[in-house]
Design a protein around this ligand. Structure first.
Ligand code: NAD
Length: 469
């Protein structure tokens, strides 16, 4: 009996049904639609984050040994900024947008009304488990929806902290966290949602999309890919190197969706770039990076084994020119650079999502575009370091990716005026800033007419004379 009491309740399709039923009742009653409710929830989310910063950082340390500064900058501060922006701008976002009308409906006026979609599901990933869980929730609340959040089981400390905090601070009749892995997510996916917002890999995205299709539920899919960095000569090499390091090893030790995945540079420039990497990496992480407190660990032994397999492939193992040290017990891998890896190797054919960085060499920097485009997939981000205007133009015109940055890496995600999302294999839909509000809103077309000017031409009988008008 005692054992049964201790057993955690199983979350199955019946539980999912209950959750959706409760949230739908709240939505239908209009609870989430009022401006006051939205403001109160966003303020509560901000307060929740502010009052629990040490606990959030500790959970991220447990899950990923994420350095505190990274937790603060990339998760806590970004979430707070999202809440503050929504609180500041939401009134404007909610306002109906006037639309022009034409002679066809004269006299008339028109507007586009943003209405909430209803009850939405957010499924998030483990690498930025706090931000990726709550940032979409900010958009869902601002747009007036009820939300179920399913955080990643691969970051369990953060997932259970989220469940506790959300229940304590937010309106639990409209916003709930469901913890769990595949079976719990599958139970949730059986239900009818008004939108599913999924962050994670492309394999599971296909499962999510297939489940959504059964109910004609729209989806946002925030996925990943192999984000390339083209490095031209004649640049400020030290600044470029540091910015690549910050986007790669400084972002969760490469376990970030927009981290540089591989570099393309010319055969002539590669030795200089490599020297610069060695110099700067030693400055940042010391002579024994496995002991550095400023590098996250690999999230679990499965991912450690996956990354090891990429490094140990015969055609790749001899190409390590920097790093390569591993500590299996502590799940640590040092920043590792590989030079001249074959394009048909494993490491060049899957998203690396870790601290390994291959450098591909080309004869001319312009050849880089062919390397990217011949992969046949569209990355989430692409980066170019150059001073040449023509090369920048060609980059923007020829490389298709979720987002591009010239002369830096990853920082576009901090600009709320830019949509953040993928294209093709890297996903569909976008969020951040007002794009988050739009992702969770239906844009309802409304046309207003009076009774004047009742054009007779549209009414039968359809005479020849009417056709000529
Ligand atoms: P993950 O393993 O945490 O999975 C993501 C979510 O899918 C989890 O909540 C998990 O419970 C759920 N899930 C897993 N298997 C499932 C199944 N069979 N059925 C239903 N749900 C299932 O995270 P991941 O996929 O390893 O995340 C890494 C990937 O996510 C990388 O490709 C990365 O690029 C991408 N990513 C993208 C973004 C972005 O904003 N575009 C951000 C972070 C990560």
């Amino acid at each position: 009996m005692a054992r049964e009491v201790e057993k955690k309740a199983v979350f199955d399709t019946d539980s999912a049904k209950e959750v959706v039923k409760e949230l739908r009742a709240s939505f239908v009653a209009g609870k989430t639609k009022s401006y006051e409710w939205r403001v109160a929830q966003l303020k509560a989310l901000l307060k929740m984050t502010e009052e629990n910063e040490p606990q959030i950082a500790a959970a991220l340390r447990d899950d990923l040994s994420k350095p505190e500064l990274e937790s603060y900058i990339y998760e806590i501060a970004m979430l707070k900024n999202s809440c503050r922006l929504a609180l500041k701008e939401m009134k404007r976002w909610i306002m109906p947008e006037k639309a022009k009308t034409s002679l066809t409906t004269f006299p008339s006026s028109a507007e586009i009304v943003s209405e909430p979609l209803g009850v939405v599901l957010v499924i998030s990933a483990w690498n930025y488990p706090f931000l990726l869980s709550l940032d979409p929730v900010v958009g869902a609340i601002a747009a007036g929806n009820a939300v179920v959040l399913k955080p990643s089981e691969i970051a369990p400390a953060t997932a259970s902290l989220l469940a506790k905090l959300v229940a304590n601070y937010l309106d639990s009749s409209c916003i709930k966290v469901v913890e769990g892995a595949v079976s719990e997510t599958s139970a949730l996916l059986e239900k009818k949602w008004d939108k599913i917002f999924y962050t994670g890999n492309g394999r599971v995205a296909r499962i999510v999309m297939a489940a959504a299709a059964k109910h004609l539920t729209p989806v946002v899919l925030e996925l990943g890919g192999k984000s390339p960095v083209i490095v031209d000569s004649g640049i400020n090499l030290q600044v470029a190197t540091r910015r690549i390091i910050a986007g790669k090893w400084g972002c969760n030790n490469g376990q970030a969706c927009i981290s540089p995945d591989y570099i393309i540079t010319t055969k002539d420039y590669a030795p200089k770039l490599l020297d610069s990497f060695k110099r700067e990496l030693e400055q940042f992480y010391g002579k024994n990076p496995l002991e550095s407190k400023d590098l996250s660990r690999i999230v679990n032994s499965n991912h450690f084994a996956r990354l090891s397999k990429l490094l140990d492939e015969d055609k790749v193992s001899g190409k390590i020119v920097h790093g390569g040290e591993r500590d299996k017990n502590n799940l640590k891998i040092a920043p590792t650079i590989l030079l001249d890896v074959p394009l048909d190797s494993l490491i060049m054919n899957e998203e690396i999502f870790g601290p390994l960085l291959p450098i591909i060499m080309v004869d001319k920097v312009e050849d880089s575009f062919d390397v990217i485009n011949s992969s046949g997939t569209k990355p989430l981000a692409a980066y170019l370091f150059t001073n040449k205007e023509k090369l920048k133009e060609k980059f923007v015109a020829t490389v298709s990716a979720g987002g591009l940055v010239v002369n830096d890496t990853t920082v576009h995600l901090a600009e709320h005026t830019l949509p953040f999302g993928g294209v093709g294999d890297s996903g569909m839909g976008a969020y951040h800033g007002k794009f988050s509000f739009d992702a969770f809103s239906h844009k309802k077309a409304v046309l207003y007419r009076g009774f004047a000017c009742d054009a007779f031409v549209r009414y039968p009988p359809y005479t020849r004379r009417k056709l000529r008008l």
